[in-house]
Ligand binder design. Sequence first.
Ligand code: GAR
Length: 215
Amino acid sequence: MSAEKRVAVLVSGGGTNLQALIDAQSRGELTGGRLAAVVSSSADAFALQRAEKAQIPTYVLPRGDYSSNQAMTVALAELLQGLDIDLVVLAGFMHILTGEMIQAFPNAILNVHPALIPSFCGEGFYGLRVHRRALERGVKVTGATVHFVNEEPDGGPIILQKAVDVLEGDTPEALQRRVMEQAEWQLLPRAVSLFCQGRLRVEGRTVHILEGGSA
Ligand code: GAR
């Protein structure tokens, strides 16, 4: 059995998906992996407090300190390589990473998106905006997706998806909460664990999930 994979989680805000990963780790469900770093693009992110409480080393790279997304991405990739990270997880990270990150971590970056890709995704679709657009469009089902990150925003190979019902009278906030509870917080730890066990095989746009022990 190979060594545990070192997982870095990138955050910008509340960090409930980070919390789901921390909780999964304490239940022993992040098979083959360990949360080794949390990196925030904002010093005020509540996610940093969650990481500190769980005794995970934290790093802050304020977006405002860099002249462009590219400059921030280069600094981020250097930091993560220096920490010997095997898997990068974008958990509510609100900036688009440029090619340097994808080259540094090929097929080793996961993102959680709060909709069923290819619906309500791509540039400009993040956080509550996604749920607002889903409600405006009148869909009856939405959900969440965990996917590999490539050069196309929200366009990388899909790992896991789960559907969630839209209910009469939903507000964007209510829908966001249901999608998190019923989909995101379950899918993200599962996808991380599958990756860390070496059970994801990418073939073109398709991700095959290989048989294994537990997950
Ligand atoms: C989550 O709903 C996540 O899917 C979304 O932001 C929220 C972050 O919440 N991400 C995106 O929209 C990325 N396109 P959290 O900080 O509580 O995990």
